[in-house]
Ligand binder design. Structure first.
Ligand SMILES: C[S@@+](CC[C@H](N)C(=O)[O-])C[C@H]1O[C@@H](n2cnc3c(N)ncnc32)[C@H](O)[C@@H]1O
Length: 175
């Protein structure tokens, strides 16, 4: 009887686990813009940074390679995670570039000095309470194209042309 109850509880737990919300489609940031995001966030060697929805890992890779940061991406798409990890290994960056295969909404960002975010406005609204709870004072957040409603950016940068004819806007927040 007890065993049957525990088995049923296990089944319920499996069903209760929520599928992650798709907070944005995969749409990579051009590398020229990635560099400007990390510069705007004043990312320093050894600092811990996270990219929320890290796609092919380009932000994490540049943060680790060029800015010498301890960089972690969070991405739920298995193929993109695999692609990122192959590149990280090939570049010999595995000691300071990491990718968590998981949900942006289920991570701990309390150790971060800086975050990059390229999600949609509605998604920023969903992520915002988590960041407000977790981020330590002074953490820099750089958002690409979609701002965080309710937060006041300390700087906004417009990039007229990324080299591919597209314009971008970056927002810098300090918590
Ligand atoms: C617009 S792309 C940005 C990719 C990368 N940050 C960049 O700027 O090049 C958003 C990424 O977030 C991922 N994503 C969306 N919802 C997610 C979730 N709940 N958990 C983890 N990743 C998610 C998507 O798979 C996609 O790769």
């Amino acid at each position: 009887m007890k065993l049957a109850f525990l088995a049923a509880l296990g089944v319920c737990t499996v069903f209760a686990q929520k599928e992650p919300d798709k907070l944005a489609p995969y749409f990579p940031t051009p590398l020229t813009v990635v560099e400007q995001m990390l510069k705007l966030g004043d990312l320093k060697p050894g600092e811990k940074m996270f990219d929320l929805g890290s796609g092919d890992g380009r932000i994490v890779i540049m943060a680790a390679q060029k800015f010498k940061a301890d960089a972690t991406g969070v991405e739920f798409d298995e193929a993109l995670v695999k692609q990122s990890l192959v590149k990280i290994k090939k570049l010999g960056l595995a000691d300071r570039a990491h990718v968590i295969e998981g949900d942006i909404m289920a991570q701990d960002y309390s150790s971060a000095s800086m975050l990059t975010v390229y999600l949609l406005s509605d998604s920023n609204e969903k992520v915002r309470p988590i960041l407000e709870r977790q981020l330590k004072k002074g953490t820099r957040v750089v958002a690409h194209d979609f701002e965080f409603a309710g937060w006041k950016p300390i700087k906004t940068v417009d990039i007229d042309n990324d080299g591919e004819g597209r314009g971008h806007r970056l927002y810098l927040y300090v918590r």
